[in-house]
Write a protein that binds this ligand. Structure first.
Ligand code: FES
Ligand code: FES
Length: 154
């Protein structure tokens, strides 16, 4: 079937079967590959995108259920000031190693800071609890989000 999905502020026409996930459509049809296919079963968070502003797992979201929603991928946040601060802080603190988890972590961190501009450490950990990283350890990731929040302060 043909779907009209709102992705990063544009309506995109895509072809999807009933069981096709949003992740499949994003990566394989639209070549928006920031959202990663990690576990493909809702565990790792590598596929995190924003659906109506909330972080969601694209591998568990059926594309057909996403019509009418505003979908934002990491590509859609490239001109966002908060995302720019996060990316700078991740690079500066060494929070990225293989980077496979990083896009999903950044999307979740962006959502967290959108709702809580000055999160405590436990709030950062809670906000990122759905994103697994096997490489760099969480300490530097948490430090990076705290640093980005600090940078945003007037
Ligand atoms: S790929 Fe979606 S949660 Fe792992
Ligand atoms: S940097 Fe490798 S999984 Fe997170």
């Amino acid at each position: 079937m043909t779907l009209a999905l709102s992705i990063n502020g544009r309506i995109r026409q895509v072809q999807a079967g009933l069981s096709d996930t949003l992740l499949t459509v994003l990566r394989d049809q639209l070549l928006l590959t920031a959202a990663k296919r990690g576990c493909n079963q809702g565990v790792c968070g590598a596929c995190t995108v924003l659906i109506d502003g909330r972080p969601q797992r694209a591998c568990l979201s059926l594309a057909a259920n996403c019509e009418g929603a505003a979908i934002t991928t990491l590509e859609g946040l490239q001109r966002d000031a908060s995302m720019a601060r996060l990316q700078k802080a991740f690079a500066a603190t060494g929070a990225v190693q293989c980077g496979f988890c990083t896009p999903g972590v950044l999307v979740s961190a962006h959502a967290l800071l959108s709702h809580n501009a000055d999160p405590r450490t436990d709030e950062i950990r809670a906000g990122l609890s759905g994103n697994l990283c096997r490489c760099s350890g969480y300490r530097k990731i948490v430090d990076a989000v705290a640093e980005a929040a600090k940078e945003a302060k007037p």
